[in-house]
Design a protein around this ligand. Structure first.
Ligand code: COS
Length: 384
């Protein structure tokens, strides 16, 4: 066989990255995961460890002070952190989501204003698309941006903003021309120090309790004219193109959570004895474990393919990125639920991490577009 053909596998660099992140997550993130969840506190240990190692935002190009890693590498980082602590995995995931509109559509000047501060770890960035009355129907947003001399003035409220209050930068979609509906929406970058910007109280959530979710408020918020991302009226397309790239990263988070739960379940059934034998020797439970691992591996492959196709800049990502996110998040919910089942009463208590993983998994079926919206996107792509 001609050796120029590389067989179907991750590169040595991707494998080395996985090993390095897994090592860091095991030593520096996992020990705090239960406490972060219990207290609903921001995972500062994870933030510091990820930033020190440069794993908090690996996809920033080298020319802006980053490492220039590809989108598959970005997914591997998120997956491995999520295996230990889903809340902590939102540090690289949300940095990726917040900066992707900038990477895709912003001028070099905006990139220079924002990206180096994220690359250095001095700042983080969140993404502001949703509103209370514009969730799945994102184009129904009401937040307005108007020109005032050289500046833009933004008014409105965005909600469900992950890591709001921790981030310094926010990419924000706002209506600049209400007549034009989706094509009258523009994207901006707002800094937390901009006058008229503030954040609301933390939402009280089922899971990912270490990652603050808040509303963000714009009251006559004034930003310089050059902080628009791309041309006026292109913001909604940028927002949807962004999700084409970042939905696989939520898939990566989901398979990380699922793998974490599977690992705990495997250890448990090998140790625990009932009826004088290990749980691992009961065929009914063996079949459960086999199915769980099979689903995780299938979802992982779909996520890696979606991320690789996004990295190659393929234009038609709608189907594959929605498929990857949906398959992986449905898998995470099923696998974490089965992990709780395998641990029985113990799995239902906070003495083991699987109940946390089951709660954390749920959000992956909801955010970055519910799985019903993903199926709509897939069907539109298949049937157009
Ligand atoms: N990339 C670039 N442009 C896209 C696109 C994509 N993936 N998908 C659609 N567009 C374009 C369309 O071509 C259309 O442009 P034209 O009018 O010039 O043809 C425009 O964007 C609007 O598209 P569409 O009419 O399909 O928009 P809808 O209002 O019907 O909404 C869905 C489309 C439902 C797919 C979108 O609102 C969505 O993804 N909702 C979920 C939002 C979400 O994920 N929220 C989570 C927030 S992030 S945590």
């Amino acid at each position: 066989m001609n050796s120029e053909f590389d067989s179907y596998r991750l590169s040595d660099e991707h494998e080395a990255l996985r090993e390095a992140v897994r090592d860091l997550a095991t030593k520096e993130i996992a020990p705090h995961a239960a406490d972060v969840d219990e207290e609903g506190r921001y995972p500062t240990e994870a933030r510091d460890a990820l930033t020190r190692a440069g794993f908090h935002a690996v996809i920033i190009p080298e020319e802006y002070g980053g490492q220039g890693a590809d989108e598959l590498a970005g997914c591997i980082v998120i997956e491995e952190v999520a295996r230990a602590c889903a809340s902590s995995s939102l540090i690289p995931a949300v940095n990726g989501l917040g900066m992707t509109p900038i990477l895709l559509s912003a001028s070099d000047d905006v990139k220079k204003q924002v990206l180096p501060s994220i690359a250095s770890g001095e700042a983080m960035i969140s993404y502001g698309l949703s509103e209370r009355e514009a969730g799945s129907d994102a184009a129904a947003m009401k937040t307005r941006a108007r020109r005032d001399g050289d500046d833009w003035i933004i008014d409105g409220t965005k909600c469900w903003i992950t890591n709001a209050g921790e981030s310094s930068w926010y990419t924000v979609m706002a209506v600049t021309d209400p007549e034009k509906k989706a094509n009258g929406i523009s994207a901006f970058v707002v800094h937390s120090d901009d006058p008229g910007f503030s954040v609301g109280p933390k939402e009280r959530k089922l899971g990912i309790k270490g990652s603050p979710t808040r509303e963000i408020y714009f009251e006559g918020c004034r930003i310089p004219g050059d902080r628009i991302i791309g041309a006026e009226g292109t913001g909604f397309k940028t927002a949807l193109r962004t999700l084409d790239h970042t939905r696989p990263t939520i898939g990566a988070q989901a398979i990380g959570i699922a793998q974490g739960a599977l690992d705990v379940a495997i250890d448990y059934v090998k140790e625990r004895k009932q009826f004088g034998t290990r749980l691992a020797d009961f065929q009914g439970l063996q079949f459960m474990i086999a199915d769980m691992a099979m689903k995780v591996e299938a979802a992982r492959q779909l996520v890696y393919v979606a991320a690789s196709r996004a990295e190659r800049g393929e234009s038609d990502l709608g189907f594959i990125s929605s498929a990857a996110k949906t398959m992986a998040s449905d898998t995470a919910m099923a696998v974490t639920t089965d992990a709780v089942q395998l641990l029985g009463g113990a799995g239902y208590t906070r003495d083991f991490p699987v109940e946390r993983m089951m709660r954390d998994a749920k959000i992956t079926q909801i955010y970055e577009g519910t799985n019903q919206i993903q199926r709509m996107v897939m069907a539109r792509n298949l049937l157009r």
